[in-house]
Design a protein around this ligand. Structure first.
Ligand code: SF4
Ligand code: SF4
Length: 174
């Protein structure tokens, strides 16, 4: 469904970071969302991974499981901090720290950068953030993907205060 998006944050930084894939509560709203095609690909790689929506073929957020003092995505390997479906990880994960969300007044859909990602404070990363968000904006506004997002609006997160450099998305009409 998606071309390989370039990563903003180098893998060696992510593998040392305690933020992604882990959540403070089991029903965390920000657990990763899978479009149906993405879910099918992840289930092929790791059938024991689980989803909140039980029905096969439904779009769904990943189920979170107990991990340390909190919870983690059921595809996360706490031993080495890797994703067990890395080649098939969903767009929601591969574009992070770019996130798609509703504006505060719910009147717009926007994309921006989630400052919970500590790597965004690194000058080398911050210098590339604007062009990365431009790329993600163009990708999300592409005809194919914008029609997917209109079909599965659950992909769009609720407004988050920590998201900066916000740009409005034009997703067309149903
Ligand atoms: S929060 Fe940022 S640095 Fe940490 S794993 Fe996620 S993308 Fe990588
Ligand atoms: S699917 Fe992979 S990258 Fe995404 S939250 Fe789960 S473990 Fe992390």
């Amino acid at each position: 469904m998606q071309p390989q998006l370039p990563q903003l944050i180098p893998s060696e930084i992510c593998l040392d970071c305690p933020v992604c894939c882990r959540f403070p509560e089991k029903q965390a709203a920000l657990s990763p969302f899978f479009f149906p095609e993405e879910r099918a690909q992840a289930e092929q790689l790791k059938p024991e991974g689980s989803f909140r929506e039980a029905g096969k073929g439904l779009p769904s957020k990943a189920q979170l499981v107990a991990c340390g003092h909190g919870f983690a995505c059921s595809f996360f390997n706490p031993e080495d901090h890797t994703c067990q479906v890395y080649e098939a990880r969903p767009l929601d994960c591969s574009m992070y720290p770019a996130v798609i969300m509703h504006s505060r007044d719910h009147g717009k859909v926007v994309v921006g950068a989630d400052m919970k990602c500590p790597a965004l404070k690194r000058p080398s990363v911050a210098a590339r953030l604007g062009s990365y968000l431009d790329l993600i904006q163009r990708y999300l506004e592409s005809t194919t993907l914008s029609s997917f997002i209109r079909k599965y609006p659950q992909f769009i997160s609720e407004f988050q205060e920590e998201v900066v450099e916000v740009r409005e998305l034009s997703l067309g009409k149903a």
